[in-house]
Design a protein around this ligand. Structure first.
Ligand SMILES: [Zn+2]
Length: 114
């Protein structure tokens, strides 16, 4: 089943959702409406927070393992460690969330002020 833009009925793909810079908000390629997802976003908020917490935990863990052999890691911010080591995890996690949202989500549009 394809999801449609609530404003202009143009179908959009799961890629439009996952390529967006803002989680759960994207712009319709057809009519430029901002499209929001409300229901599943609320549902996904807790797993998302858990996912981020897990990423931070894993980053600290990776740093703990590697810092004896790579001493400068001690001075690298956790965010950077997360970015380098956990980007694939983040990437697939984000894809999974987008897929879930696309299948289960209820979308709302807000017309862009011209
Ligand atoms: Zn549209």
């Amino acid at each position: 089943m394809n999801q449609q833009c609530p404003s202009c009925q143009a179908p959009f793909t799961v890629e439009a959702l996952s390529d967006s810079n803002v989680p759960f908000v994207f712009t319709c390629a057809h009519c430029k409406s901002r499209i929001y997802e409300m229901k599943a976003t609320a549902l996904l908020l807790i797993p998302t927070v858990g996912f981020v917490a897990l990423m931070i935990f894993l980053s600290e863990y990776v740093r703990g393992i590697l810092s004896p052999s790579i001493p400068f890691l001690e001075n690298v911010p956790t965010g950077i460690v997360a970015l380098v080591f956990l980007f694939p995890l983040y990437y697939f996690g984000q894809k999974a969330l987008s897929n879930f949202l696309y299948k289960r989500g209820t979308f709302f549009a807000k017309k862009r002020a011209a």
